[in-house]
Design a protein around this ligand. Sequence first.
Ligand code: NA7
Length: 864
Amino acid sequence: MSRQNRFVRGYAVSKADVDVVVVGAGFAGLYLLRELRANGFSSRVLEAGGDVGGTWYWNRYPGARCDISTTDYTYTWDPELHEQWTWSEKHATQPEILKYAQFVATKHDLYSSIDFDTKVTSAAWNESAQHWNVETSTGESISARHYVMATGCLSIPKDPDIPGTDRYRGPVYVTGRWPHEGVDLTGKRVAVIGTGSSSIQSIPHIAAQAAELVVFQRTPNFSMPAFNGPQPSDRVARLKADRKAYETEARLSGAGVPMELPTVSALGVSRDEAFAMLERSWQKGELLALGATFSDVGTNREANEVICDFMRSKIKEVVNDPGTAELLSPRGHSYGTKRPCMDTNYFQTFNLPHVRLVDLRKTPISTITETGIEFGDESKEFDVIVYATGFDAMTGAIVNVDITGKNGLTLKKKWEHGPLTYLGLTSVGFPNLYMITGPGSPSVLSNMMVSIEQHVEWIRDTLIDLREGGFDTIEPTPMAEEGWRVHCTDCADITLFQDTNSWYMGANVPGKPRVLFPYIGGVGRYRQTCDEVRARGFLGFELVGSGKKQRNDGIVRRVQPDVDMVLEMMGQLGLPPIESMSPAEARAFSEASSAMRPPGPEVGEMIDGTLPGAGGPLEYRLYRPATKGPHPVVVYFHGGGWVFGSHVSDDPLCRELCKNADVVIVSVNYRHAPEDRFPAAADDGYAALQWVVANAASLGGDPTRVVVAGWSAGGNVAAVTAQLARDNGGPALKGQLLLTPVTDGSRQHGSHHENADGYILTKSLMEWFWNHYADPSDRSHPKASPLLARDLSGLPPAMVVTAQFDPLRDEGDAYARALMGAGVPVEHLEARGHIHTSITMVDALPSGKPPRARMAAALRRFLH
Ligand code: NA7
């Protein structure tokens, strides 16, 4: 069997010219070519440019540099390179990076397999032959079993979209297509349009030559000094000490550069302390350092504002004219939601007498003319116009080539409303098509070198697996692709990205769909996911070979991303299972964990007191909103399996519900097992409700508007209390809010097995709770298992919240259904990707916010 048709196991597929066509000879294409060769795959690399280097071939504008330190922005796959190549600076210039690419290509004899000045004009999947037909600008037609787009994320400059661009008769330069021979701007009147990264790097250089420079700014950007110089000594020392360990840390990190993980909230320290910490990060001159100072700047707007304020104070320090400083100060977006920049004397350049800043928001460009630019009521002549207006990022280069998959579907059409990929690597309907750093992968939110190497290695290993398994094609399943889209959206939803008009969101290109194009879950997590997909037999893929088919349908990430992180952290702590503890130890453990939580929002007032329970006095905590009363009242029962917890143990949740639903909450410390077993908790619940209603006026509450609520075992107490109130002639309730409640101790439900382990509340812990609380013979009593009550009609309207990965899910679902069946109005919220404990983690897990908002809305509906 020839090398070309090694996938063809003597059946109907025809022989392809090569195993793999790769588009692009940047860092991705070069490494892939090397790996394909090393593993016996025939390949061709097609490159539109005249040399290797990709981004670094095209972006030659003055001052172009990489923002990631050369300790990290460098290949790791060839250890000899570390001896043979020495980077001269911390942040390499474009010419030096280009030389590096050329050096590697020469060293590994890669030039001979690359066709330069060759554009792919179309690529179409040939279903009967099971290969790709690739047409090129040189008139060639190549068939390939596999087709890889290694085209880069920022390759297609976007149309500047300004009236009159065609009219201008002088020289026009685009930063992303700067002439190779350079441009002499000495003595020229220059206009630069755009203030993104390219502009911020080039403006000081352009200003140094130009006689006059006018910078047209639509949106100011955050930028910090690069403090260029030698490579960072701490990183160099770590690399020298243990290069492998350093590289592994980079691969498992958030953004592909080893960083210490922040643990401090920007709101948890004083302003002065926060600024002092930011100053230390600033002095490092590393792109990722500022954002990694605090734990919550990516998810909490208020925390993010601390960095924004710090950055604005820095601008004020260096820009002499206060008006210009203010114009240069970003106000409308959170730090990091537009690409933060690094510069050398960018802001200082605006102190030069021949440099002027024009605010396009106040004085928009009406048109470019034959000789200059008209803006506001001015018309100004320029010798040169520079467009630094950015790129059609992430998808531009991919859909720019006419790619047609199965049934004539083009990728452009498929992605009309946003890119759909599985892992950012593959797409349904396009067998054997791969994208390197495609949309839905960490790509531009990471150190590209780390992401490129990971993708190349995944593709290489996949091709080897296919060959060894005798498979010709690989294609993701619709379920896997949709699951990945949902996961990417879940990740994006907990960040601040979606509120900013950035190229990350496609907002810079008119008509482009508005989604977060890169994957924000981090390179480490992403790598683990890709590895897991392969390890689980290509989960989410269909593989087809001669006479055989392997379809392993499924979704690789189903838990909410922040919940997943908590589970991973808990796993790393290796804590003993609670059910191995005594009740006293479990209580101490629960209290210690509670002490580490964020406290929840401020409320008007919190008062502790006691009320008469069924067997003696019970402690309670009252939460009162800051608004004017009397307020409706929620009698709340905490979680803790009837064994631990107290009237203060669900403090953050109670505070948030108090504030957001504008209600008084009375949280009750009902008696606990094993000291006080069934039905003590239930009887206390009902006694507490009676007392609260009788004393509502003195508590500042309205006795005619009362709801019971509870979480977990507290949800059980709340549900039982509602039944007791119905059966004993009052008090009348306006509603019941049951969060992941225990409703049936008489038998096992499917979710007890499905989610038995791995999601904090386990099947065996639940059994431990029940054993402490109630004898098996008591568990069928409706006061223990409200689901088993003979009649559920006449109960107050309910909101039942169940979590997808909770052992208790199915009993909560069953209770919601049973209530509905009995004619009770029910809102049933099935919290996707959540676990038993995640929804209550106020200010710790952003993904819990939407379900809690629904809970507060339900209380308002019941009570206001
Ligand atoms: P960017 O970051 O997309 O910056 C483009 C800039 O051009 C940005 O300030 C835009 O303002 C501005 N722009 C775009 N279109 C217009 C029009 N029509 N009128 C006025 N101003 C406009 O591209 P860069 O090349 O600087 O950087 C790209 C990436 O390369 C960079 O982030 C690194 O990853 C490397 P806007 O913000 O849209 O208001």
